[in-house]
Design a binder for this molecule. Structure first.
Ligand code: URA
Length: 243
């Protein structure tokens, strides 16, 4: 990359951040929950520059969202589902949008798919509180229909700001919608998964959505393969192979 490429890239990135309402750069650690012992083996370092003097926190971003009505989903929601977990997580999971349970409880991935996600996290030797979990959309689409482009346009910048504020080492996109939105392409999830992609300088692993695993058990193996690649990147110990 030439200096000119780098400065065009940075300008475009700052422009994108400004459009979402960001007034300064992110990255300063804040604290809400302690990292548990299970997270201790994570040795990988974030590639996100945490040295910016002017920073925004997850609390700033939540305050900026406020009682959001930037799109029509704000009228139908029970609760705005911002995100949950460690604000300094090395690993961030991004899903599509809250479902019924999440809308009622105000926390992402708490329904059946969420319980399976919790098991996947635990199989990686972590707890939910070690990682951070959020969605591209913060409000439930009616009858869980697919998110509309104007909803993604209004909301996805907040997810980018959340990711920048946390500064994770690795991102996991759960399902086709999150993966295609983050990567800005229409490639099928079956082709995207299994390898790292780049999201604003952070390695991104797309994988199947837990709700797809609930419908099709054969997807469990590829998801576990993807999570083992993620564990390797994080410096987490892989389980010993049986036999
Ligand atoms: N599916 C998602 O993509 N996100 C949730 O929070 C729940 C279900």
């Amino acid at each position: 990359m030439t200096d000119q490429d780098t400065s065009s890239y940075l300008r475009a990135y700052l422009e994108e951040l400004r459009e979402t309402g960001a007034e300064y750069l992110s990255g300063q650690p804040q604290h809400v929950r302690p990292v548990t012992a299970e997270a201790a083996p994570i040795v990988a370092e974030s590639t996100v520059d945490q040295s910016a003097a002017l920073v925004e926190t997850l609390v700033d971003i939540r305050n900026d969202l406020g009682d959001c009505h930037r799109c029509a989903l704000g009228d139908g929601r029970t609760t705005l589902v911002f995100g949950v977990g460690n604000p300094q997580a090395k690993l961030v999971f991004v899903g599509e949008a809250p479902g019924r349970d999440e809308d009622l409880q105000g926390e992402p991935f708490v329904g059946a798919a969420g319980q399976l996600l919790t098991k996947i996290i635990q199989a990686m030797g972590l707890q939910r509180g070690d990682v951070y979990i959020c969605n591209v959309l913060k409000c439930r689409p009616p009858q869980n229909r697919d998110p509309q482009p104007e909803e993604v346009e209004a909301c996805s910048g907040f997810m980018l700001r959340q990711i920048q504020a946390i500064g994770p080492v690795v991102l996991v996109a759960l399902g086709k919608f999150a993966a295609q939105t983050l990567l800005q392409n229409q490639t099928p999830i079956s082709k995207l998964r299994g390898q790292f992609h780049d999201y604003h300088g952070i390695p991104l692993m797309p994988t199947f959505h837990p709700s797809a695993l609930l419908r099709d058990e054969t997807l469990k193996r590829p998801v576990w393969e993807d999570m083992q690649l993620v564990m390797q990147r994080l410096g987490l110990q892989l389980p010993e192979k049986k036999g």
